[in-house]
Design a protein around this ligand. Structure first.
Ligand SMILES: Nc1nc2c(ncn2[C@@H]2O[C@H](COP(=O)(O)OP(=O)(O)OP(=O)(O)O)[C@@H](O)[C@H]2O)c(=O)[nH]1
Ligand SMILES: [Mg+2]
Length: 294
């Protein structure tokens, strides 16, 4: 019997949803950073074996939105619970059950789908704290399964995976067996550049950034020439992104090229420009252009 189904990974920002998605797939397609609100789209990745096909949906962290982009992110994350077979609710072992988590769990009370509590980052939590976290959450919601894991080093992820398979219904292969994601190459390129900016920049600058790939051309030798814009919200941010004598922008470029080479499996040259677009996160037309639309 071949099994198949959809599994959504939801939770507050920064709990490790994208790290888990990448670990489950064995490939890095979702970007990861220590800053909250890194993921902005629902990203579907596909794991196919001879016995099953599991489609994971990595979603943006659910938070209180402060602009239209945030509203879009929360909206699509919550939407993901409607069309799946299993819901993984991720929490951080070291963080107490808070209002944000309660809000998500309230929304989950109306679903009939199995909800797993996946408590992440056990590699850095202390056992008493972990026991407390598990206790608090399980009092608040009737989870189908409870699994403490480390998405970073993979601890217990095999157990989680087995449990997910148990809950999958019999079903068809939804996607071709060699397909690992439903995202375009260009989207991943955009995200890789954004990840480097997120990781290197500080305070409010990284959250106000978007990346736009203007062109991606392959030369005869196979090398990719990529041109991209980094969009930011203020003139002062533009200065920070470029850095003194262009040092910051060169750094973003250098780290992005390292990952792009791996991802595209060929040589890459990257040109980045920095543009200011005031309050773009509230500009519906521009959000649509960037692909932040339903
Ligand atoms: N120590 C430890 N850190 C982890 C683990 N999983 C994720 N992290 C770190 O937590 C941070 C956030 O990880 P992400 O995977 O980007 O979290 P996310 O839930 O996708 O975040 P958003 O996309 O912003 O909602 C990164 O710095 C990760 O390296 C883990 O198991 N252990
Ligand atoms: Mg993420």
């Amino acid at each position: 019997m071949f099994k198949s189904g959809f599994v959504t990974i939801i939770g507050r920002p920064n709990v490790g949803k994208s790290t888990l998605t990448n670990y489950l797939l064995g490939e890095k397609l979702s970007i990861v950073s220590s800053k909250p609100q890194t993921t902005r789209n629902n990203i579907q990745t596909i794991l196919t074996t001879k016995d099953y096909q599991m489609i994971f949906v990595d979603t943006p962290g659910i938070h209180k939105p402060r602009h239209k982009l945030g509203e879009y992110m929360v909206d699509i994350a919550m939407d993901s619970i409607k069309e799946v077979d299993v819901i993984l609710f991720l929490a951080n072992a070291d963080v107490e059950l808070g209002k944000g988590d309660m809000y998500i769990l309230e929304q989950l009370k109306s679903t009939k789908k199995p909800v797993f509590l996946v408590v992440n980052k056990i590699d850095e939590s202390n056992p008493d704290r972990l026991a407390q976290t598990l206790n608090n959450y399980s009092k608040y919601y009737d989870f189908a399964e409870i699994i403490p894991i480390s998405a970073m080093n993979g601890k217990n992820v095999d157990t989680l995976q087995k449990l997910m398979i148990d809950y999958l219904p019999e079903g068809p292969m939804y996607y071709p067996e060699d397909m690992i994601a439903d995202v375009q190459e260009r989207f991943v390129v955009t995200e890789i550049i954004r990840e480097k900016a997120l990781r290197l920049l500080r305070e409010e600058v990284p959250h106000g950034i978007a990346v736009e790939v203007l062109s991606m051309k392959q030369t005869e030798s196979g090398k990719y020439k990529i041109e991209a814009n980094i969009i930011c919200e203020k003139k002062s941010h533009k200065g920070i992104i470029i850095g003194k004598d262009g040092v910051m922008l060169r750094k973003i470029n250098k780290y992005a090229v390292q990952d792009l080479k791996k991802f595209l499996d060929t040589k890459v040259s990257l040109n980045i420009w920095v543009k200011v677009r005031k309050e773009w996160r509230d500009n519906l037309l521009f959000l649509k252009e960037l692909g932040y639309k339903k």
